[in-house]
Design a protein around this ligand. Structure first.
Ligand code: DC
Length: 227
């Protein structure tokens, strides 16, 4: 496929590696649609908590995923909005309750199948930057560009904490670190769509890089057609 227009760009990596911020800016610069696939798992988790479906109830979660309408709306003026059954849950899905349970929900195969279907549908026409854990491996194995962003655990926790403070949530650094590492473990060890760097992904260690440097690196590669 020609990469001069309508590319599919997959950005994977663990929490706090900078994926979402980088993906959003890259999409904006290249005039592509940005899809935060984690927000989809978070929205479903929010609904599971509301409906009191336990994270252990795999069938219940699968049914819930089938009966839930999740929409991501790109808003050039503000943060992108996330809707769950037409309710705006953009702020709610970043809260501690959802963060604690989301990897449990995301490891349910029936949930992942449903999300995979939705995510692939969004990328059918190309012209998309999607970030997550299994985008280059499962969702778009034929993506034009695949990136795998990493950073040291301390740096990732520091970034997550800043993000939480900005959103008005208070978190203890140790607690945040423990939860984030637990989440990484669950994401890496699950059977379906685990967090993995595929061989054709370009790895960028963002530990000592500024946001601007990471964005520039990604854009250089995409604009240069380098794979
Ligand atoms: O990117 P995030 O931290 O908002 O993602 C929330 C959770 O969703 C994370 O624990 C892993 C899961 N997730 C996933 O399993 N697959 C994806 N493509 C994206 C996120």
């Amino acid at each position: 496929m020609s990469v001069s227009r309508r590319p599919v760009i997959a950005i994977d990596g663990p929490a706090g590696a900078g994926k979402s911020t980088v993906a959003r800016i890259v999409a904006d610069r290249l005039q592509l649609l940005y899809i935060d696939s984690g927000a989809m798992y978070r929205a479903l988790t929010w609904k599971a908590i509301l409906k009191e479906v336990s994270p252990d109830d795999q069938e219940g979660l699968e049914r819930l995923a089938e009966d839930t309408k999740i929409q991501l709306i790109n808003d050039p003026e503000a943060d992108n909005r996330v809707f769950c059954d037409h309710q705006d849950v953009t702020s709610e899905i970043r809260g501690p309750e959802v963060s604690k349970q989301v990897s449990q929900v995301a490891k349910v195969p029936g949930v992942r199948k449903q999300m995979l279907r939705l995510q692939r549908g969004l990328g059918l026409q190309g012209g998309i930057v999607m970030d997550g854990r299994d985008i280059g491996s499962e969702v778009f194995p034929d993506a034009d560009f695949k990136f795998f962003l990493t950073a040291s655990p301390d740096k990732r926790v520091e970034r997550r904490q800043l993000e939480q403070i900005e959103k008005g949530f208070q978190y203890n650094l140790e607690e945040l670190k423990r939860e984030m590492l637990e989440r990484d473990q669950t994401d890496m060890q699950r059977e379906m769509g685990p967090l993995v760097k595929v061989p054709d992904a370009i790895e960028i260690d963002t530990t000592d890089m500024t946001l601007d440097q990471v964005v520039r690196r990604v854009l250089e590669i995409v604009n240069g057609g380098e794979k």
